[in-house]
Design a protein around this ligand. Structure first.
Ligand code: GTP
Length: 606
C-alpha cells in the first residue's frame, strides 16, 4: 500500500457518545468482522471484562481495514482511543499516529466536557477533524441545536457535519467516504531510513512484548535488526503484521502503515511509548517523544490476610504488564503488613485496576484512602510525598518545613442552566477558586447549557466528587479537568490513635478547614467498627499535638467462659479454642487487638 492510499484516524468522543459502536460498524461495513458472529452489544475493540461491565474503553485498541472506493482500494487504520478523563495520556499518544480524527457527538446530549478536551487535543496536533452527529435515530435527537453548539464552541461549519446512527448503520458509508476524501494521507519515504514510532505495547506470555508502531519512513521486515533511540537496545524482528482486527502477519510494513511487531523484547519496561525505532547502524533523529504517564492518585494495597502477600504480588505483577501506566512500589505498614503503593492516572483508573485485581486475585484487598502527590518544601530541598505517613507532623519554619503545595486542576463542567447554581455550590464545597461561567447557547427551545470553569485541588476530586456531580445534576453534568500545576496550601497530617498509639494505615492529609469535620466523622466510624477490648480504649484524631476528636470504646468483660456456669468442661474448651482462632488473625496496636477486616470496613466505607 503506497502512502496515498492509507488513512490513519482516531474516533474521539465524550464517554458513551458511541465510539465503540461506530468502530464496530466501520469494521463490519469493510468486511473486517462479521455481524452475525457476535451479539449486538459486544464490542470487539473493548477487550477487558471491566471495560464491558462499566461500558467504557480503558485501553486503546487498533485495527486496520480495507475499503474499496471507485476501483481504488484503501487501507484505513483506526486507532481507538479510551474515553475517560483519566486516560488523556493514552488519547494523546494515539493521536500522534493519526492524521485525522472523527469527532463524535451524541445528537441528543450535545457537546459535553470531554468533547471539548479531545477536540483541543486533536486540534493541537493539527489533525483534520471530521465532525459527526451520532444517534440521530433517537426521538430526543436535536441535530440542529447540537450543530449550532458545535459551531459556537468549535467553529465547525454546520454543513461539514455528518449525520449518522452507529446503531442502525445509517450514514456509515458517508463516514468511510469522508475518511478517504477529507483526511490527508500520511507522508513517508519508502527509500528513507527506517523510522518507526512506538505508540502502544502489550505483553504476550510466549512472544514477549508486542508493540504497536506506525512507520514514518522506510520499510520494516521480519528479521530486520532494529534499535531503540531511547534505550539504545537492539532487537531482531521475529514477527510483524497488521491488526485486522486480530493480528495478521504480513511480509513487511510500509511508510504510513500501522501494525504490530514482536521482537526479542522480554521486559515490558523496555517498550517506551513515544520511542523511535530505527535500523541498527543508521543514525536517525528521534521523533519528539512523550512525557511518561504521570501518576496523580496513590493508594496502598494490602492483602486482607497477610499470608496472601505472595499471591497479591504475583497478581499485581501480571496486571501491570498490561497496564504500564500504573506506578508500583513496595511498601509496608505496621498495621497492615506487607503491601504495595500504587500510583494511578486518576480515580477511575484506580477503580478499574482495583476491580481487575479483585477479579484476577480472587481475594479481598484493603485499599487505603487515595492521596495525591504533595510537594513538601524544606529549607534546602523539595520532596514529593504520596504517602501520608511521610508527611511532616507539623508544617512551620521551626520544623524546617517552609510550606506544602498541592496539585490543582483546571476543571470544566457542562450542565443545563438550571443546575448551574447547584454545581457552583458543589465546587465551593470543594475549595474551588476562580469560578467562572458562560452560556453555550443563546437561543433555542428548552434549557440552555452552561459551562462552569474553576480551579480545584486535585485531592478534592479523587474521592466522591464525580458521584456527587452526577447525583446533584440528575446525571446531566459532564466533567473534565486538566493539570494546572501546584499551589501552596494549608494542609495538615491527621493521625488516629488507638489507646494512644498511632495507626499508620489510617493517616490522612487534610485541609485545615476540614480537620474538625473529618476528625469527628472518622473517630465515630472507628468507634463503630473496632471490636471492644478487655479494657477501655480511647480513639483519638490528632493533628500535631492537638486532639481534634475523641471517642471511648468501653471495656468488655474478660472471661468468655464467665457466663457458662455449671462447669461443662467441653463447652468451656470449645470457647477457649474459638477465642484462640480469632486471636491469630488480630493485629495488635498499642495493646489493642484489631482484625484486619476492621481496616477493610473502615477504608471501604470512606
Ligand atoms: P466508551 O467506550 O465508554 O468511551 O463509550 P463509547 O463512546 O464507545 O460508547 P458506546 O459505543 O459503548 O455506546 C454507548 C451507548 O450508546 C451504547 O449503549 C450504544 O448501544 C448506544 N449507541 C451508540 N450509537 C448509537 C446510535 O446511533 N443510536 C442509539 N440509539 N444508540 C447508540
Amino acid at each position: 500500500f503506497p502512502c496515498h492510499k492509507i488513512r490513519n484516524f482516531s474516533i474521539i468522543a465524550h464517554i458513551d457518545h458511541g465510539k465503540s459502536t461506530l468502530a464496530d460498524r466501520l469494521l463490519e461495513m469493510t468486511g473486517t468482522i462479521k455481524t452475525d458472529s457476535r451479539s449486538v452489544n459486544q464490542q470487539v475493540l473493548d477487550k477487558l471484562k471491566v471495560e464491558r461491565e462499566r461500558g467504557i474503553t480503558v485501553k486503546a485498541q487498533t485495527a486496520s481495514m480495507f475499503y474499496q472506493q471507485n476501483e481504488l482500494r484503501f487501507l484505513l487504520n483506526l486507532i481507538d482511543t479510551p474515553g475517560h478523563v483519566d486516560f488523556s495520556w493514552e488519547v494523546s499518544r494515539s493521536l500522534a499516529a493519526c492524521q485525522g480524527a472523527l469527532l463524535l457527538v451524541d445528537a441528543s446530549r450535545g457537546v459535553q466536557a470531554q468533547s471539548l478536551s479531545v477536540f483541543h487535543a486533536a486540534r493541537e496536533r493539527g489533525l483534520t477533524i471530521i465532525p459527526i452527529l451520532n444517534k440521530v435515530d433517537l426521538s430526543t435527537a436535536q441535530p440542529d441545536r447540537v450543530k449550532a453548539q458545535m459551531h459556537s464552541i468549535f467553529g465547525i461549519d454546520p454543513t461539514d457535519v455528518l449525520h449518522i446512527s452507529a446503531k442502525t448503520g445509517e450514514g456509515i458509508s458517508g463516514v468511510l467516504r469522508a475518511i478517504v476524501e477529507r483526511i490527508p494521507p500520511p507522508s513517508g519515504e519508502i527509500t528513507g531510513r527506517l523510522k518507526a514510532f512506538l505508540f502502544d505495547s502489550s505483553y504476550d506470555r510466549y512472544r514477549g512484548v508486542i508493540s504497536l508502531v506506525s512507520i514514518q519512513d522506510g520499510v520494516l521486515r521480519k528479521g530486520d535488526k532494529i534499535a531503540s533511540c531511547h534505550t539504545r537496545k537492539k532487537y531482531e524482528i521475529t514477527e510483524l503484521g497488521i491488526m485486522h482486527p486480530e493480528e495478521v502477519p504480513t511480509a513487511q510494513l510500509l511508510p504510513g502503515q500501522v501494525g504490530y511487531i514482536a521482537c526479542n523484547m522480554r521486559q515490558s519496561s523496555e517498550a517506551h511509548i513515544g520511542d523511535t525505532l530505527h535500523r541498527v547502524g543508521d543514525a536517525v533523529e528521534p521523533m519528539p517523544g512523550f512525557q511518561p504517564a504521570k501518576a496523580m492518585v496513590f493508594a496502598g494495597i494490602y492483602p486482607l490476610e497477610s499470608s496472601d502477600f505472595p499471591n497479591l504480588e504475583e497478581s499485581i505483577k501480571r496486571l501491570t504488564l498490561t497496564d504500564r501506566s500504573v506506578a508500583v512500589q513496595r511498601e509496608s505498614s505496621v498495621a497492615l503488613g506487607q503491601g504495595y503503593r500504587l500510583g494511578f492516572l486518576g480515580s477511575l483508573h484506580m477503580d478499574v485496576f482495583r476491580q481487575r485485581l479483585e477479579d484476577e486475585y480472587d481475594a479481598n484487598i484493603v485499599v487505603t484512602a487515595p492521596t495525591v502527590p504533595y510537594k513538601v518544601v524544606y529549607k534546602d530541598r523539595t520532596v514529593m510525598v504520596s504517602n501520608p505517613t511521610d508527611f511532616p507532623d507539623v508544617v512551620d519554619t521551626s520544623a524546617h518545613v517552609c510550606e506544602v503545595q498541592e496539585p490543582i486542576v483546571k476543571a470544566s463542567i457542562i450542565v443545563p442552566e438550571e443546575y448551574l447554581g447547584e454545581m457552583m455550590v458543589l465546587c465551593f464545597e470543594h475549595r474551588a477558586e476562580d469560578v467562572d461561567h458562560q452560556y453555550l447557547e443563546t437561543s433555542g427551545e428548552g434549557s440552555n447549557r452552561a459551562m462552569l470553569t474553576c480551579t480545584l485541588p486535585l485531592s478534592e476530586i479523587v474521592a466522591h466528587f464525580f458521584d456527587k456531580l452526577k447525583s446533584r445534576s440528575s446525571g446531566f453534568a459532564s466533567f473534565d479537568y486538566d493539570d494546572a500545576g501546584y499551589k501552596q496550601s494549608s494542609l495538615v497530617k491527621m493521625m488516629f490513635l488507638l489507646n494512644n498509639k498511632p495507626v499508620d494505615a489510617l493517616a490522612l492529609i487534610v485541609h485545615r478547614s476540614a480537620e474538625q469535620r473529618t476528625g469527628r466523622v472518622w473517630v465515630k466510624k472507628l468507634h463503630k467498627v473496632i471490636p471492644r477490648q478487655l479494657f477501655e480504649v480511647p480513639i483519638q484524631a490528632v493533628v500535631g499535638k492537638r486532639v481534634i476528636a475523641r471517642e471511648t470504646l468501653s471495656a468488655l468483660r474478660a472471661d468468655v467462659t464467665a457466663g457458662l456456669y455449671g462447669g461443662h468442661y467441653e463447652r468451656k474448651m470449645k470457647h477457649l479454642e474459638n477465642q484462640k482462632e480469632a486471636k491469630r488473625k488480630l493485629k495488635r496496636i498499642g495493646r489493642v487487638d484489631l482484625p484486619q477486616e476492621a481496616f477493610f470496613d473502615i477504608l471501604s466505607t470512606r
